[in-house]
Write a protein that binds this ligand. Structure first.
Ligand code: NDP
Length: 252
């Protein structure tokens, strides 16, 4: 039910953090993984790690905020792997400032990287998935899809939008056997959140206090949900947003 042998998965931002954790899960379940990100030396290292799991993997350079680059990623995947079964839209960024100091360029950078990118990648993946008889799309939201924080006036709207875009695509493409779901990570130890801990005083301890599981998440914690949402086990699951957060989002 969870076997991904013969499947091809594109993971944006798959060269580090949550994307790499998910890529490792997909690779261990048998998928061939396309690591899609900008930094080519990081991507080459991620490909080596995935190959050590016995998987086939390759790197394709992409800027997810650029329409032509995203279209080229899908074309290149089809050329090199012959199919595209699983698309993980994970690449993301944040600019942490109070709203009154946010520039329009800051706003567009965060929205383009976190939300418009997903529209572009899903649109490009639709035709090959439909032609193959189905597909799996996994979009990465956040606790900020649900909650607000004072220092991320564009990140929250972008991640709220990820959940709504997921629902829109899920309903549009259900009859094409394309399942579209979102994952909402809690606080996971990555480069992104190491930056946040440097910028936001007290964040590290607040997360420990506020997370029922009493710890930060690891990238390995993200692998299982990726395999579930990429496999036949989730064929009747679409339009959902699944928190992977050690209970953070349900603590009253
Ligand atoms: P990282 O900073 O470790 O990873 C971000 C990834 O996105 C990198 O692989 C980066 O690769 C890639 N990326 C960024 N911008 C672009 C771009 N324009 N084009 C292509 N790739 C890009 O962060 P995380 O692993 O923490 O975050 C991954 C996702 O999870 C993000 O969407 C984030 O918002 C979300 N998230 C993270 C949480 C956490 O606690 N860590 C919590 C909730 C959500 P490169 O620089 O090589 O392009």
């Amino acid at each position: 039910m969870f076997d991904l042998k013969g499947k091809v998965a594109v993971v944006t931002g798959g060269n580090g953090g949550i994307g790499l954790g998910m890529a490792q899960g997909l690779a261990a379940a048998g998928a061939r993984v396309v690591v899609a990100a900008r930094n080519q030396s990081k991507s080459a290292a991620a490909v080596r790690q995935l190959e050590q799991l016995g998987a086939q993997a390759l790197a394709v350079a992409v800027d997810v905020a650029d329409e032509a680059s995203v279209n080229a990623l899908v074309r290149s995947t089809l050329d090199q792997c012959g199919r595209l079964d699983i698309l993980v839209n994970n690449a993301g960024t944040n600019i942490r400032k109070v709203p009154q100091e946010y520039t329009l360029a800051d706003w567009h950078h965060v929205l383009d990287t976190n939300l418009t990118s997903i529209f572009l990648a899903c649109r490009a993946a639709y035709a090959p998935m439909k032609a193959a008889g189905g597909g799996k799309i996994i979009n990465i939201g956040s606790m900020m899809s649900i909650f607000g924080v004072p220092f991320s006036p564009a990140y929250g709207p972008s991640k709220g939008g990820v959940v709504q875009l997921t629902k829109s695509l899920a309903t549009a493409w259900a009859r094409d056997n394309i399942q579209v779901n979102a994952v909402l990570p809690g606080w996971i130890d990555t480069e992104l959140t190491r930056g946040a801990r440097r910028q936001v005083e007290g964040l590290h301890d607040n997360v420990l206090r506020r997370t029922p599981a009493g710890r930060w998440g690891t990238i390995e914690d993200m692998a299982g949900v990726a395999v579930f949402l990429a496999s036949a086990a989730s064929d009747f699951v679409t339009g959902t947003a699944i928190p992977v957060d050690g209970g953070y989002s349900v603590l009253g």
